[in-house]
Write a protein of this length. Sequence first.
Length: 282
Amino acid sequence: MPTRSLLAPVLALMCAAGFAAGHVVMAADPHPMLPTPGAPAAPVLPPDNTVVARVDGSELRLSDVKAAQQNLPPQAQKLPLEQIYPQLLDRLVDSMLILEAGRKEHLDQNPDLQSRLKHYEDRLIQEVYISRAIKQAETDDRLKARYETFLKEKPAQEEVRARQILLKLAKQHSSDPGAAADDLDYSSRDEMASDMGPEFAEAVFAIPVGQYGKTPIKSKFGWHVIKIEDRRTGKPPSFEEAREQLSHTLANEVIAAKLHDLRGAAKIEEFGLDGKPLPAGK
């Protein structure tokens, strides 16, 4: 039987290459068919361990076909498996034939291949080590504590709801400032400064509620006539809304702390391109 850990990357490569080369024209269709009301239900697939092909006694299973589909272009991944199954199966058989031919030539003992496998193994070990450290640290208690810190670091800011006309798009010589006006929704000063520029934000926030600015305000997009509809104190995101950002921040903190500990426990000597030792804390 084939070595699954080595077979899977080859299968993925062959399948992706086959589809990219046009073996399955439907994968390039920008408008794949969608199920319509009343259409027959998709067929029930057999178990994943079902044997779908044998090549010189080596078996391919339905799980291999499903895994290969996940390595196809995004549009092909969305197609029903039964629609692309014959072409996928052919590509998988092709990949197994090439793999077995390479093994007969003892390419698994090739020094270059062994070196590349070692680098791949090293990278996987690094990824798993970091993932485990993050998973162990990312508890609800730590995330909630990080959320409290987030609330202190980013207190609620004043927000305004503005309505605008971008003059280069508005009706020429219009005397009605409300014509073709766009609702900008609520924005904080920092958000508006980031999107439109600090001078624009300062000018907008100086306009009283219910009034238009006395003069058009310039941004990188053109000149704007602004009316302030409302002013309020913004609400911070809930814990659930901020969870993804909190997880990302915590992961960076965990990695930084772990590297700090590892560096502190190791003897590290670094050298410049000239072979001379680099100063500590460079």
